[in-house]
Design a protein around this ligand. Structure first.
Ligand SMILES: Cc1cc2nc3c(=O)[nH]c(=O)nc-3n(C[C@H](O)[C@H](O)[C@H](O)COP(=O)(O)OP(=O)(O)OC[C@H]3O[C@@H](n4cnc5c(N)ncnc54)[C@H](O)[C@@H]3O)c2cc1C
Length: 394
């Protein structure tokens, strides 16, 4: 493994940096958190710009409109776009990061042709209908039922925590097609949103927005042609989806966290206590230095993980190590920020001329990172069983 960038990778970085410097100043203002139609338009508009410039789906095969670039180039792309403050995948993270790659790996040629180019062009937004009130970590116990009726499945049940369901066109939906079997009774469907009998009810989160929803199905008819893979083979396909979700899709968060450490240092230099600044405290400097060193180590490990994934196309379980470590590190980092802010950390508004509100929001938001895409306990189980070879969780 070579951790250095090649000449062509450096050239890719230079071109991207120039393009970002040209287009970013002309972008419209980012819409507010509750303006859902505007958020969709903003995110899909940026996706279209990426597509036109040849940066959409940089690691997707060119046959589907992607750039066919290596995972290392994807890493460079994420580094550069995040550091330049460019928008990320936004409301279509499921389409671009989970459903798209799963369709590429598992779906029929017709399904690939119908969805992949449209996802890349920003014409199609997806959500993920996996979790249910009684099936989160133990996802295989899901009970949203699909009964075959001629050329259709009749779906009845409920999904929960469905991110961006209110703006999605399609849902990657896991349904129970055989109640007599747990893992072997699940099917992966492409479910168009807004079908008769479907209802989306947004839920309000701790940061005040409604990022996710409950989705109810009451005799919703989904054509059998919308099935990906065989009936009752959906668990295996969901594992492919998870390998992408836990493998590489959090990398931009990692770059963002690196930037947050820099912002924390700037903040600590401005917070004053008696005659000194918070940054004059040697214990704080040591703590922040340690966090930065951990980030650097995590970054090197991410590159190693990507180099491995580059060889077989699908990220391995190493992604669980990254996801676990990074999500807990972000919480420790934002805890330090709260200590630096003191009482200003009690307000979501900026206080005393400091940009404190963003840190408070990040602290609240980071709570969800150790739950989403498999909780920390589940990641520890995966690491124990599949990497360390310890006995299975019962
Ligand atoms: C920000 C965010 C976005 C999300 N977006 C989506 C989405 O778009 N689509 C979707 O389908 N889902 C989504 N989810 C749901 C997410 O996948 C679940 O919250 C997650 O899988 C945990 O399930 P749960 O909430 O039911 O908790 P539970 O599974 O009930 O877990 C409760 C607690 O028990 C622990 N626990 C459970 N099983 C074990 C075990 N075997 N060993 C040790 N500890 C265990 C867990 O770690 C946790 O602490 C999202 C969640 C968040 C936070």
């Amino acid at each position: 493994m070579d951790l250095r960038y090649s000449e062509s990778e450096n050239e890719f970085r230079k071109e991207l940096r120039e393009w970002l410097a040209e287009v970013l100043p002309a972008l419209p203002a980012k819409p507010g958190p509750h303006a859902w139609d505007e958020r969709r338009a903003y995110d899909t508009g940026w996706q279209r710009m990426l597509f036109d410039a040849g940066y959409a789906g940089i690691n997707w095969p060119t046959a589907y409109g992607g750039r066919g670039a290596s995972l290392t180039e994807q890493l460079i792309y994420l580094e550069e776009t995040t550091r330049a403050g460019a928008p990320y995948v936004g409301v279509n993270f499921v389409g671009l990061l989970h459903a798209g790659p799963t369709i590429m790996t598992e779906a029929s040629e017709e399904q690939k042709a119908a969805h992949l180019p449209r996802i890349l062009r920003g014409e199609e937004v997806w959500c993920q209908g996996f979790s249910e009130p009684g099936a989160g970590s133990d996802l295989a116990s899901l009970s949203c039922r699909a009964v075959r009726d001629g050329d259709e499945y009749v779906v009845t049940g409920q999904k929960i925590w469905t991110s961006f369901a209110q703006v999605a066109d399609y849902c990657e939906l896991l349904v129970r097609t055989d109640p007599s079997s747990k893992h072997k009774g699940i099917t992966w469907l492409i479910c168009p949103m807004g079908l008769p009998g479907m209802e989306v009810r947004p839920l309000r989160t701790i940061v005040g927005s409604s990022e996710f929803s409950e989705v109810f199905f009451d005799d919703v008819r989904v054509p059998v042609t919308q099935r990906v893979g065989d009936e009752n083979d959906g668990w295996r396909i969901a594992m492919v989806t998870f390998s992408f979700e836990r493998g590489t899709s959090f990398i931009s968060d990692l770059v963002e966290t690196d930037r947050t450490i820099g912002e924390l240092v700037k903040l600590a230099r401005r917070v004053t206590r008696r005659s000194a600044t918070a940054w004059d405290d040697v214990a704080l400097r040591r703590e922040v230095g340690h966090l930065q060193a951990e980030m650097d180590a995590l970054w090197a490990m991410t590159k190693r993980n990507l180099a491995q994934a580059d060889r077989n196309g699908v990220p391995g379980v190493g992604g669980s190590v990254m996801k676990l470590y990074y999500s807990e590190l972000l919480q420790r980092l934002t805890d330090v920020a709260m200590r630096v802010l003191g009482r200003a950390g009690l307000s979501r508004e900026d206080v005393g001329g400091l940009e404190s509100g963003a840190f408070v929001e990040e602290r609240l938001r980071s709570t969800s990172f150790t739950i989403a895409a498999g909780s920390s306990q589940i990641q520890r189980n995966i690491i124990a069983e599949r990497i360390l070879g310890l006995p299975k969780d019962r």
